[in-house]
Design a protein around this ligand. Sequence first.
Ligand SMILES: [Zn+2]
Length: 256
Amino acid sequence: MNYWEWDLQPVQISDELFYVGTRKGPSHLLKTNDGLVLIDTGFPQSLYMLLENIRRLSFDYRDIKHIIHTHGHIDHFGGTRALVEMCGAKTYIGEGDEDAVMGLNELSCCVDFNRELEEPFTPDVIIRDGDKLKFGDKEIEFISTPGHTKGTLSLFMNLTWKGKTYRAGMFGGAGLNTLEEDYIKRHNLSFSCRDEYKASIDKLLTHKVDIHLGNHVRDNNHLAKMEQKREDNNPFIDYDSWGTFLSKQKEKIEIL
Ligand SMILES: [Zn+2]
């Protein structure tokens, strides 16, 4: 596995939100009037690519004040411990996933990615369903959407582009890998996680989303949108992507 092949150019999604992650480890950077908020940090091995993307956009990683995690898997929190040592940011995780990032259970997916959890961290803030947190002039609404993990958080926020406001949303854990029979049995989990996943999708479908943010680049066709992006055209404003993606995931879980 050549981690350096995961490098991806950063892209501006709205006035205040930027994709700064890699092909395998998603990360979004939110600019506020009180510092930067980073959503997910990717794998530990690709932290240098994340830092390089932040630099490419002329931001300073030392301005990151908050690091939010959509869920407790290594491809989402792997860079956190080192980054916190570098910038002193406060860390956030959904209720139920704190043990995974602290290394207290085997649910961080490290084994699945053939590695050990070398850099666990203790989160500063536990986020609960319905929490709305202010970061400077920005607010993020968190909805608990268990299934992929117990503490998966989905995020909603208002973003602006060319003078208009749009609602952005991210399903914080869409992968079906942890819902497969083998994974469930190996970790002594309950098959009820599949029902929770379906209920989470139903909950998310009640939200209207204009900008679908990917928890991985495949979720929202990020790579194709990135290629289409021009000064006068913002393909990330896409009114169909959210509903189409969620409906497809629901179909896939039915035939697992
Ligand atoms: Zn995951």
